[in-house]
Design a binder for this molecule. Structure first.
Ligand SMILES: Nc1ncnc2c1ncn2[C@@H]1O[C@H](COP(=O)(O)OP(=O)(O)OP(=O)(O)O)[C@@H](O)[C@H]1O
Length: 250
């Protein structure tokens, strides 16, 4: 696997128009097929950092410093899967539409590619019908469709903004396993934003821990977990709740 970075974020700073600093001096890089977890508490600047890679900053926030260089295209998987889908358009049509515009295939070939994507994501055959709308899907199925929409762009980097947060734990696990399988099969790199250190460490080989807009720790997932240097990382690790000991158990 090539070690040449396909994404380099250097000294990234983001502020509001009134000059309130939101993200400061963020650095990281990503190699082909690599995965990086951005972890930290709510409001630490993870989503804004992720969005700036796509140039999708919300209004009122601007880049005030640093550079972002990417050699490949990126696609984003958002936190709220239902909100990311058009409720009035059949699922298969939404997918075919993205394939048509992003892969420049014919209408017929786009539909075939959309059907293949539904299969790749392990979605039921009933979703291939033209009368299946997002409201008829479970939360986990919606998230799979949103991942399929992102993959329809054939991204070199998949940007995931807490894609499992809105799901219950068993579905969370299934989606994580699906993402791992797809990354293995398709070879895309990934930046995965989450406040859950365990999820980030399971999915990603590298971690950046963010606090108040800055990266306080950066390294291989295993060494960050085994030997955290920053007190904030230590606090995050110690905050993972153990299962309670049952009475009578050893
Ligand atoms: N459009 C905006 N205008 C002003 N401030 C904003 C805007 N969007 C985000 N912020 C602020 O920027 C900071 C970082 O927000 P961001 O959404 O990146 O945090 P986060 O770490 O992703 O949090 P969460 O895990 O809750 O999504 C927060 O203090 C937030 O209030």
């Amino acid at each position: 696997m090539s070690t040449e970075p396909i994404l380099e974020v250097k000294a990234l700073s983001l502020s509001t128009k009134s000059n309130q600093k939101l993200v400061q001096d963020v650095h990281f890089s990503l190699g082909r097929g690599e995965s990086l977890g951005l972890v930290g508490e709510s409001g630490s600047g993870k989503s804004l950092t992720l969005r700036s890679i796509l140039g999708l900053l919300p209004s009122g926030v601007e880049q005030t410093g640093g550079t972002i260089r990417s050699d490949v295209n990126s696609a984003m998987v958002f936190q709220d899967p239902r909100g990311a889908l058009d409720p009035l358009c059949p699922v298969v049509k939404q997918l075919a539409e993205v394939v048509y515009y992003r892969q420049k295939l014919s209408r017929k070939a786009s539909r075939v590619a959309a059907l293949e994507l539904l299969e790749l994501l392990g979605l039921p055959d009933s979703l291939k019908r033209e009368d299946r709308y997002p409201s008829q899907l479970s939360g986990g199925q919606c998230q799979r469709v949103v991942i399929a929409l992102a993959l329809a762009c054939k991204p070199g980097i998949l940007l995931c903004d807490e894609p499992t947060t809105a799901l219950d734990v068993t579905v969370q696990r299934q989606i994580m396993e699906t993402i791992q399988r797809l990354q293995h099969e398709l070879g895309f790199a990934m930046v995965f934003v989450t406040h859950n250190l365990a999820i980030a460490a399971t999915l990603c080989s590298k971690l950046c821990v963010m606090k108040q807009g800055q990266i306080v720790e950066h390294g291989d997932s295993l060494s960050v977990l085994q030997n955290p240097q920053d007190p904030y990382t230590q606090m995050l690790i110690n905050s993972v709740l153990p299962l309670p000991k049952l009475e009578g158990s050893e």
